[in-house]
Design a protein around this ligand. Structure first.
Ligand SMILES: Nc1ncnc2c1ncn2[C@@H]1O[C@H](COP(=O)(O)OP(=O)(O)O)[C@@H](O)[C@H]1O
Ligand SMILES: [Mg+2]
Length: 362
């Protein structure tokens, strides 16, 4: 039995089904990240777990006990929102201890809890300030402190860092990761930032249109996406997609304008995936090699540089393959110019093949 179990959860607002049968299992101490485009239902899912929204169908269990009919205050779940939602008239210490005060926790115990959380989050020097005297990053730390002080069964974070600038976001991301490692609490974290998703999660759920497309370890989602949407959603620069035909006799190949990629090393999902059909061939920019490295690959082709995009840490190069534009990454010190003749190559074992009609992985 997993620590958190969500079974067939549906949520309707009026006639509109927003969550369409969500199933999740999360182990105790696990870090699940929910990603997906805006409006796909991430916040709604988090709100139903916290009890801020009722569910229409299904069940949510924590530690084997159904919680979906419990009042939010009885669920032992803490939530941190994108907007910090601090009480403006209270000090930081007051904000952190407010919930405890409401529950009648004695003052000396409150103080102990505040001190512990302040130490964990390094906000001891801010305790007597009002929220208006804090920076965005400090406010978000206080909001996390308010959640941490309760030592709840489950932490929910709804895009907690998306109001912060990039530098602060990456700092706090590391802090959240360290915090989770230290406290070993169970977390569900919503983000639309794929770097946060890949770095924080031990499980990622990719959502679209109120349904989970794939729930897996980050590396599995990255390397074996179940459909074209998941493949395109995670990874920056994005996976290249080539339209073509799967031709299958004993030795299946992918064929597009002028190229024929042998698929002997490709791990098909099942045998019926091998049937001939129109398909999409996906290969990530970092899996395309150049020059001598390309020659050593099972598939290689000659091409011409179309565009060179220096990105600082490395360079993205655009070229054509099978009559279609693809990008690949090279080291920043590589000197390439538009029009250069090049050889590129890759190992089809690293590719992802999708049915052109259904977008499902083959
Ligand atoms: N209280 C509500 N009443 C009606 N529709 C809602 C309500 N809350 C959210 N929605 C709709 O549900 C969908 C999912 O919203 P949300 O869960 O906020 O998405 P996300 O967090 O993934 O951006 C959106 O289409 C939104 O308009
Ligand atoms: Mg949201």
């Amino acid at each position: 039995m997993a620590f958190l179990e969500i079974d067939g959860l549906k949520k309707r607002f009026g006639n509109v089904e927003i969550l369409k049968g969500i199933d999740v299992e999360l182990e105790k101490g696990g870090f699940l990240v929910l990603v997906g485009p805006s409006g796909c239902g991430k916040s709604t899912l988090l709100n139903t777990i916290a009890g801020l929204e009722n569910i229409t169908e299904g069940e949510i269990r924590v530690d084997g006990k159904a919680i979906n009919d419990l009042h939010p205050s009885k669920r032992d779940i803490a939530m941190v929102f994108q907007s910090y939602a601090l009480y403006p008239n209270m000090t930081v210490a007051g904000n952190i201890a407010f919930g405890m005060e409401m529950r009648g926790v004695p003052a000396d115990e409150r103080q102990k809890a505040i001190d512990k959380v302040a130490k964990t989050l390094q906000i001891g020097h801010l305790l007597q300030r009002k929220p208006s005297q804090l920076s965005g990053g400090q406010r978000q730390r206080v909001a996390m402190g308010r959640a941490l002080v309760r030592d709840p069964k489950l932490f929910l974070f709804d895009e907690p860092l998306s109001n912060l600038d990039a530098k602060l976001r990456s700092e706090l991301r590391v802090e959240i990761k360290l915090l989770h490692r230290r406290l070993q609490n169970t977390m569900i974290y919503v983000t639309h930032d794929q770097i946060e998703a890949m770095t924080l999660a031990d499980r990622i759920a990719v959502m679209k249109g109120g349904a989970i497309q794939q729930l897996d370890a980050p590396q599995t989602i990255y390397n074996r996406p179940v459909n074209r949407f998941v493949a395109g959603f995670l990874g920056s620069p994005a996976m290249n997609f080539l339209k073509g035909e799967l031709e299958a006799d004993d030795a299946p190949v992918f064929r597009a304008d002028g190229i024929s990629v042998p698929l002997g090393r490709y791990a098909f999902d099942g045998d019926n995936g091998r049937a001939a059909r129109p398909c999409i061939f996906g290969i990530r920019p970092e899996h395309i090699a150049l020059g001598d490295a390309a020659k050593a690959m099972p598939f290689t082709a000659e091409s011409t540089v179309e565009i060179v995009d220096p990105m600082g840490s490395d360079t993205l190069v655009w070229t054509k393959l099978g009559g279609q534009i693809v990008s690949f990454r090279v080291e920043a010190d590589k000197t390439l110019s538009n029009g250069d003749a090049i050889r590129i190559g890759f190992d089809p074992a690293r590719a992802s093949l999708f049915d052109a009609q259904t977008d499902s992985r083959l």
